[in-house]
Design a protein around this ligand. Structure first.
Ligand SMILES: [Mn+2]
Length: 317
C-alpha cells in the first residue's frame, strides 16, 4: 500500500472520481483540483464531485471539472482527499466512493480511519495539498503551473497563510517553486483568504459580539445558532475560521466555537500553546489536530456549552 501502488492503480484506471470532506475548504478543493488536473494530464477521465463549492475558489484552474453528481455509477478508482473518515464526506457523494472498484485516500488528519484500499496518510503534513506536492515530485508527475496554483492555495488556506504550527521546510520550498513558475501568490491570498461574503461578515460580527471569556481569560467562547444562520442567510462553510478570532486574543489558550447544524452542535476548538484539543474532542467522538480539532455534540446548546467548557477547563494550567 505504497504511493507506487496507488500510482499503478491510477495508471490502470480509465475513470476516476475525486472527492473530499463536505463543506470543502481551500485544502479540500485545491487537492481535488490538483489531483484531477494531474490525472487528466495522463489522458484519463477524472471528475471532482463536491457539493457547496464556495464561489471565491472559482479562480482555480480545473474548477470546471467539479460536478454535484455524475452519471457514472461505478468508477474504476475513487480518491478521497483531506478527509479522515467517510462520515465527513457529503452524504449524497459517499456512494461514488463506496461503489468504485478501487478506493484510495490521501489525508493529513490525526484521527484518520484508513478507510480506503490505499491510504496515504501523513499526520505531520500541514495540508493534504502538501502531501500531493511531495507525492507528485516523488512519482515524477509534472506539477504544471495550474496544478501548483491549486496546491499552493490549499497550503495557504490550511496553514492560515503560512502562520500555523505544522509548516515545514517543504512548505516554503514549494512556495518558492511556485514563485519560480510565475504564480501570483498575493492574488491567491486575496481570493482565498481576504475576500469574504457579506453573510460571512455578518456572522463574524455576531460571533465577535457574543464572545465570552472563561478561566481568567484563558478560554474564549462564542456560538452561532440555526436562527442566526436563517436570519443572515449563511451558506455552508462560511463559519470556517470564526474559531480563530478567539485564539488571536492575548491570554487565550483555547478558543471554542459552537455552531448549530440540524439538531446538533459542532464544536470547533483551537489552542495556542499546551492544550491538546484533539484529545478533548476525541473523548466525545471527534478529533482533528493537536491545536485544531472538532466534534459534533448531539445535545442542547446549554448541555453542549457546559460539557465542552468543563472539559477544556480541566486542561487549563
Ligand atoms: Mn486539510
Amino acid at each position: 500500500m505504497t504511493l507506487d501502488d496507488l500510482y499503478s492503480e491510477i495508471q490502470k484506471a480509465v475513470t476516476v472520481v475525486i472527492t473530499a470532506h463536505e463543506a470543502p475548504d481551500g485544502d479540500a478543493i485545491g487537492s481535488c483540483l490538483a489531483m484531477c488536473l494531474a490525472i487528466r494530464n495522463m489522458g484519463k477521465q477524472a471528475d471532482v464531485l463536491l457539493r457547496d463549492f464556495p464561489a471565491n475558489f472559482n479562480f482555480l484552474p480545473g474548477h470546471e471539472y467539479v460536478k454535484e453528481e455524475s452519471d457514472i455509477d461505478k468508477y474504476d478508482l475513487a480518491i478521497c482527499l483531506d478527509c479522515p473518515n467517510l462520515g465527513r464526506v457529503h452524504k449524497d457523494l459517499v456512494k461514488y466512493f463506496e461503489n468504485a472498484k478501487v478506493k484510495a485516500e490521501i489525508d493529513h488528519h490525526t484521527k484518520n480511519e484508513m478507510f480506503g484500499d490505499y491510504n496515504i496518510v501523513n499526520h505531520v503534513s500541514p495540508a493534504a495539498c502538501q502531501i500531493l506536492a511531495t507525492s507528485f515530485d516523488y512519482l515524477n508527475v509534472e506539477i504544471t503551473k495550474d496544478i501548483a496554483t491549486c496546491l499552493l492555495t490549499g497550503i495557504i488556506t490550511d496553514t492560515g497563510g503560512f502562520k500555523n504550527t505544522g509548516i515545514t521546510t517543504e512548505t516554503f520550498d514549494f512556495a518558492s517553486e511556485c514563485l519560480e513558475k510565475g504564480i501570483n501568490i498575493p492574488y491567491i491570498f486575496k481570493q482565498a483568504m481576504y475576500t469574504i461574503t457579506r453573510s460571512r461578515f455578518e456572522i463574524e460580527k455576531l460571533a465577535m459580539d457574543r464572545l465570552e471569556f472563561y478561566c481568567d481569560g484563558k478560554i474564549a467562547f462564542t456560538y452561532i445558532k440555526n436562527e442566526d444562520k436563517e436570519r443572515i442567510g449563511v451558506r455552508p462553510g462560511e463559519q470556517d475560521g470564526i474559531v480563530d478570532i478567539g485564539r488571536g486574543i492575548e491570554g487565550v489558550e483555547v478558543s471554542v466555537f459552537l455552531y448549530e447544524k440540524g439538531d446538533s452542535f459542532k464544536a470547533s476548538l483551537r489552542s495556542n500553546d499546551y492544550v491538546n484539543v484533539s484529545e478533548i474532542c476525541f473523548k466525545f467522538g471527534g478529533g482533528g489536530h493537536i491545536k485544531a480539532a472538532g466534534v459534533t455534540l448531539n445535545m442542547t446548546f446549554e448541555e453542549a456549552k457546559n460539557v465542552i467548557l468543563s472539559e477544556v477547563t480541566k486542561n487549563i494550567k
